[in-house]
Design a protein around this ligand. Sequence first.
Ligand code: ADP
Length: 267
Amino acid sequence: MNIGIDAGGTLIKAAYRHEDSLELVTFPIAELVHVASWLNEMQNADICITGGKASLLQRHLKQEAREIVEFQASCRGAQYLLEQNHIAEESYILTNVGTGTSIHYVDRGVQRRVGGTGIGGGTMVGLSRLLTGLSEYGAIVEAAAGGLRDRIDLTVGHIYEGGEPPIPGHLTASNFGSVARSAAERRYREPELAASVIGMVGETVATVSVLAAQSCGVSTIVFIGSSFIGNDPLKRAVESYTELRGGKPVFLDKGEYSGALGALLSD
Ligand code: ADP
């Protein structure tokens, strides 16, 4: 059996074929030893690993597994998913919003890393936890879905106060900027805090991606990574900011498995 594993900073993703169907599974990184035992039980498995925790996982394996570079794997897997979804794109920016964010220029199957930012899925969870006490990804996203950002984020319109702004008034001028202007005793609720954190991550990721797209002369930006799983607030923030700045966003279904799929498909 062939199996591709992407062992990342937060989650381990696995892709393998079982009786003609493609199986995709996720484990928390805390279960690395359990994942190694699962792999060790497989007879004659051809295992290919990628991701930041690939070497650590390798150390727990009884058999030698192949390793491929993470960026190469995620680009290969994303290309596969694009083809499966009949999306024909030759040249595009691939933005992987994982624990952190990595940005690649893909041109006819060849990828080049063009940048990244430490603002990513880890920021969403970490900062939300500091501000709200919520620590589970699902709880944070659920809270954010019911939160309004207007008491926390300062928009361009807030600054111009009725005057004619040079850019659209609803754009964020300063994430969390309204807090600095409000009374010290003002208390904030979990949903608005989580919504503002996710909004900040989404706007940053979209802005950096669009700048990368402009510098590479393309407009399509393909977004992947587990940070988008069930996360409509993040998708909406990324989508609206990308479109507003002239980019064409594409969200790949199962995009979080790009690295694992790329490892599975590598020879
Ligand atoms: P990595 O390869 O670095 O682990 P991923 O693409 O798997 O990155 O994305 C990790 C991010 O996905 C987390 O920082 C978090 O925001 C989000 N996430 C989605 N589902 C979960 C989950 N069940 N547990 C923790 N984080 C999750």
